[in-house]
Design a binder for this molecule. Structure first.
Ligand SMILES: N[C@@H](CCC(=O)N[C@@H](CS)C(=O)NCC(=O)O)C(=O)O
Length: 210
């Protein structure tokens, strides 16, 4: 399998965590998002959305969308299980994962911020305000209330919720989002940082890190 990856991509970071938790090794192909390589025809032929990550299977099939990729990996290699077998637990875990992936992350995606800066002529200060507003007020504050007593979002083992939360906390820090009012999320973040799979997937540890 080949992962189309970029060190700072939150969505690719989710897949890296899932792969590491499951002990799966994949070939890596780096797509430099800041240089616009996601819009080159060769990459668009892999993922017409022009977004990282994508996972190319050995038969050439390309999967897109980090959550779809992770659920595929979870079905193929169910140990450790990232989406619980119990339907009620699974719905809770997916609820947090989707709140991050659908309702927070898209609002601070590169192409959205580039549009704010370029077409809408917004300053860096305004863009930072936008990111912090939608990350925190619009998102992480609610996640703080949705998670259960730790050490992970839903109990003693990491799930898809943690796999989505940790890259979103990393993105929030990049934009200097104040996080002090989120003690439960900060504790989960610290716990995950000590887990070798989460540590190995960190952007700073990737071969393309700058
Ligand atoms: N919902 C998608 C989001 C993918 C996504 O937005 N990727 C970002 C990096 S985190 C990207 O490739 N951005 C490039 C751009 O906006 O041009 C997923 O979960 O895979």
């Amino acid at each position: 399998m080949k992962l189309y990856d970029y060190f700072r991509s939150s969505a690719a970071y989710r897949v890296r965590i899932a792969l590491a938790l499951k002990g799966l090794e994949v070939e890596r192909v780096f797509v430099h998002l800041a240089r616009g390589e996601q819009r080159l025809p060769a990459f668009l032929a892999k993922n017409p959305q022009g977004l990282a990550p994508a996972l190319e299977l050995d038969d050439g099939t390309v999967l897109t969308q980090s959550l779809a990729i992770i659920e595929y990996l979870d079905t193929l290699t169910p140990s450790p299980r990232l989406v619980p077998a119990d339907p009620l637990r699974a719905a809770k875990v997916r609820g947090v994962a989707l709140a991050i992936a659908c309702d927070i992350h898209p609002l601070n995606n590169r192409r959205v911020l580039d549009y704010l800066r370029g077409r809408l002529g917004q300053s860096e200060e305004a863009v930072d305000l936008w990111v912090r507003h939608w990350a925190l007020t619009g998102g992480l504050e609610a996640i703080e209330r949705l998670v259960e007593p730790g050490p992970y979002c839903f109990g003693a083992e990491p799930t898809l919720a943690d796999v989505c939360l940790i890259p979103q906390m990393f993105a929030a820090r990049r934009f200097a989002t104040p996080l002090a009012a989120l003690p439960k999320l900060l504790a989960i973040e610290a716990h995950c940082a000590a887990h070798p799979a989460f540590a190995a997937a960190h952007p700073a540890r990737q071969p393309d890190a700058e």
